[in-house]
Structure formats: C-alpha cells, structure tokens
Write a protein that binds this ligand. Sequence first.
Ligand code: ADP
Length: 248
Amino acid sequence: DTNKGIILYLEGINVSFDNFKAINDLNLYIKQGELRCIIGPNGAGKTTMMDVITGKTKPQAGTAWFGQKLNLLTMDEPQISQSGIGRKFQKPTVFEALTVNDNLMIANAGKKTVWHTLRHRVNKIEQEQIDEILLLIGLMDMRHKYAAILSHGQKQWLELGMLLMQKPQLLLVDEPVAGMTTQEMDKTAELLNSLAGKHSLIVVEHDMDFVRQIAKTVSVLHQGSILAEGNMEQVQNNPKVIEVYLGQ
Ligand code: ADP
C-alpha cells in the first residue's frame, strides 16, 4: 500500500465560487505525526482548503480521505469533527466566565450537558487528562483563574488545550501566533512541536520566522494549488515562490 502512513490524502480537489477557481487541482498528502506548514499570499485558497478538510465547503471535484480511509467528501462537518479532525481558528474563543480548568472540563463534556458537567464535576481519570493538558499548555499555575484574565497567548494555548481534550488525530491551526509577543511565539513553537508525532498538524502561518521554528516541510499555496513544497530553504530559494511573493 503506497498510502501507508498517510493520514490525510487530498487529490485533484477543485472548488469554484461562481466562475472563480479558489482551489484548482489541489494535491496534498499529510503523513501520520507530521507537522506541515501552509504558506501563501492572501487569496491563495488556504482558508478554502481548510474548509474542504473540515467539510464546511464541498469541492466540485476531487478525492479526500482521512485516517483509515474515511471519505471526507461524503461526511458532514459534525461527522468529520467527531472522526478526529480538530480546527483552531485564528481568534481564540474560550469561556471567559469559567476557570481555565472548567474550560478544559466542558471541552470534554461530549454528550453530557455543560450544566451537568459543571454541577457534578468530573471523575478522577478525566481530571488526570485535564492535568496532563494543563502541563502541556503551561497553564497549571493558572488553572483556578478565570479565563478572562489570561493574556492573548494564554487564551490561544487554552483553546488548543480544549481541542486536545477531544483527542484529535489531525489538528488544523490557523495563524497561531498572530498578535503574540516573541516570548509567546517561542512557547507556541515549543507546544506545537511537542504535539507533532502524537498528532498530525496543518498550520497556516504568515510569520516566516515562526514557520522556520516548527516546520520540516512547507507547502506554498498559490492560486488554489501547490506551487512548491519542501524544507524552508528549498521553498525560499524556489524562483516561482520568489516571484509570487515579490509580485505582492
Ligand atoms: P486565503 O485563506 O489563502 O487568503 P481564501 O481561501 O480565503 O484564501 O480565498 C481564496 C479565494 O476564493 C479568494 O479570492 C476569495 O475571495 C475567494 N472566496 C473564498 N470564499 C468565497 C466565497 N464563499 N464566495 C466567493 N469567493 C470566495
């Protein structure tokens, strides 16, 4: 099986809005445990690509498989999310009126209602899972604080932690360091690097210094398809990539 070790397989994906091709014969193959960065100018199709993976947008043509051959194109958004694909949008959305610990707790509520979860608290095993994530995201000291008082960076880490409570196999992360301080960026790089291996990640990011810190492989999206792929140095020295970025 030539697809062994591939967790996400996109081939020949096409998405048109009216007569405009936002995604144009896109191929993307993500390996199990890989951390892939996607870069590309505004309008390149990065958001649309993420929307295809999460089922928000259905392509007019193409093939899309996830994990053990789940056909993403026949699944709706909730099914895809439950199958193990988590998405982190650029703006953090945490429950500010709850503590850090309770944010993680309700992220795992599943079929139980949020009210039931908060009233009856969680069992020991669930709290162990929460503690593990608190350590990972560096918020153990803040666990009893209201999320409202967290810094922007801390809110981003908390939201990542909330996603991790659902044990996703594949995490899609949109511009994680936008608005962060240099220190917060370094911590975010460390966090994302520590997730790779256990999870697969697709990170859309504009900050090249940050991309350099996390990605082994970078894919450059341009006019809806992959213009170049390789390590940071290969991609940066690619004449086609230079042309696209200088032309901006
Ligand atoms: P990126 O995230 O790389 O900036 P997008 O995926 O948001 O790019 O957009 C790719 C192109 O598709 C853009 O030209 C955008 O205007 C267009 N587009 C995206 N969504 C829609 C939509 N719902 N209707 C019409 N055009 C769209």
